[in-house]
Design a protein around this ligand. Sequence first.
Ligand SMILES: Cc1cc2nc3c(=O)[nH]c(=O)nc-3n(C[C@H](O)[C@H](O)[C@H](O)COP(=O)(O)OP(=O)(O)OC[C@H]3O[C@@H](n4cnc5c(N)ncnc54)[C@H](O)[C@@H]3O)c2cc1C
Ligand code: SF4
Length: 679
Amino acid sequence: MKKALIITYYDSENYGAFLQAFATQEFLKLNGINAEILKYNSKTVKWLGGLYRLIKKPSIKDEKQVQYHNKMAEAVVNEQHRLKKNDGTGKFDVAILGSDEIWNVKNVSGAHDPFMFCRYKNAVKTISYAACAGNSAIKHLKCFPYAVGGIKALDAVGVRDDNTERLVKGIGRGDVVRVLDPTFLIDFGGYLPKRMLDEKYLFVYTYGLNSEQIEEIKKLAQAKKLKIVATGCYCEWADYNPAPTPFEWIRYIKDAEFVITSTFHGTVLSIQNRKSFAVYKSSSPKIQSVLKELSLLDRRVTAWNNLEELFDNGVEYSNIENIIEARIKASGDFLLSQFGKAIYTKPEKSWQNPVLTEPCYIARHKDRAVRWDSRSGGAFTAISDIVLADGGVVYGAQVNKDNFSVQHTRAVTKQERDKQRGSKYVQSDLSACLQNIKRDLVEDKTVLFTGTPCQADAVRTLADGIKKNNKLITLDFVCHGVPSPKVWEDYVNTYENVSEVNFRDKKAFGWGDHIETIVSNNKPIHKKVFTSFFHLDFISRPSCYECPYAQYEHFSDITLGDCWGLEKLASGFNDDDSGASMVFANTDVGRGLIKRALQSMDYIESTVANMKQPVMESCGMGTALPNPKREAFWKDYRENGIDFVKVKYLDNSFKHRIKEAIRPPHFIRFTIKKLLKKN
Ligand SMILES: Cc1cc2nc3c(=O)[nH]c(=O)nc-3n(C[C@H](O)[C@H](O)[C@H](O)COP(=O)(O)OP(=O)(O)OC[C@H]3O[C@@H](n4cnc5c(N)ncnc54)[C@H](O)[C@@H]3O)c2cc1C
Ligand code: SF4
């Protein structure tokens, strides 16, 4: 009989950790392999984890939370006798690293362990199965040479999610295989107790909810006449708040009318039991990944008041049964093939992200005036012109002239659309236009929604819920993040009698520079204050620092951006420094629209790979790291206001002030640059 040793964090006190270890063991056993779990005790992990918990404020302050947590941990630990443990003695055919976040090098609280990247000395082969790097990025992985070297040295690499797949490919290992979490591999039916509760109920599995979210869940339960069973944390607001064993926990899921969760294993076990469910906090890369893989992205809670809609729509498992079954089979085959048990075909070695070879146009509007009024090359105008000419409606961000806040507006004429031109570096408010978008779609109008990738994705989800075959086209851009509207409001209010604002004054300073202009008392004032807060990564929304859209794959029909690196790609194209756009399509609808729009633009065909876009290289791990002083900045900001943080956190040196005071306008600098180039 073949022998396997499973090396994983099996004893973390949560359902997912226990169930993944148990499922791997049982799946192998069912397939005639003697599987044991390494009685693993990492000094590094325990020591670093303990140190971290000492430094960090305890997240559980409430005594009742502590009691609940202890009860839940006990229920998990009590089931650990079901895991067959080995203290590292004997020889093994295959050592299996995983599953779960064993490669999360960014995880400071649990601390990763070099051991999880190592070939096991007493095994013929060492592989990974469903390993996950959490939200680590390639830059983090590369800080640990043993991690890179270890992964490269494995006999086979099976990973659980998009991000880990990208990281492994990024370090040059093209033969990585995507597999499902091991809890998909077995049928838990035979291990489960009888139904836990006679009443019908909603099942909530979460580590915490705010009061607004609790109210929405209560509303749903009331509307559907269901009880609420909540687990994962102390929830005095639920009808029942048990601390079940892992198998009782699955039983609760199995019999629930609907599951609401924020966790990966809550999501996976809902799918495993073919339950209708809703996931919030779905920006977690591992949750996004499994939802995407199984065509279930529409189960995300995009707004809490769409909970009832998710409940009513249910999940059409019959449509995706083939996908789920095929993925389970491929995952099982991969694991068994390591023991010579099944035929498994390896994918080709060299891999390249297919988006990189997608045609990408370096383009600028033929009309010079349009270019100067736009942030980049005016591609937005060229594309939206087509939609307007076809009788469609365009939604985009516009500055409100009354208070200089930024909102999304609806345009049916070119004049209205022109007000949406240009980048506003602040979060735009969508709330007023969502009803209009719904109405337009119901009336079968073609709608072009333009905005940040997260806004476009949310509107796409909304539209799919309103009407199948709707005529929504989405356009997004490479997005570095959106700053806080509050800071923008406070900043504008530091000036008197403001009549106009420009977040990035291209006409005055050219395409490359980033200087804001505020017209105060009829005098334009050019500054780099708000811009600097933004560029120093103090004021983007917290979600932007963990943005899953910061990657090559975009979910809109069309993606735009500034065509940085243009000089090297097409010297002379931007002869007047009015800017150039990069334009690429992500769908056939996008391709068709771009083809028509290119008629009003000068363009050169290139590929996405040629674009210089650091945000797209972030593997969905956020646009940037927040400034290390961000927390202190916000504390000071809240306590002392904008003038205080301006002095404390921005460059106020004499040299900087001189530079700010002598800022020659664009035409002078551009002419000098041109003359210097000629000579
Ligand atoms: C906050 C922000 C961050 C950006 N970060 C990058 C980056 O890192 N790299 C890069 O290459 N390009 C970035 N861009 C995109 C780029 O600056 C241009 O918006 C894009 O290339 C379109 O330019 P255009 O000349 O075709 O048309 P423009 O007329 O300039 O396009 C205006 C478009 O931008 C949208 N828009 C403007 N402000 C907002 C806002 N606050 N929220 C939502 N939508 C808005 C409008 O709805 C409209 O679709 C960013 C844009 C914004 C608004
Ligand atoms: S960076 Fe990401 S989260 Fe932030 S606005 Fe852009 S798309 Fe949305």
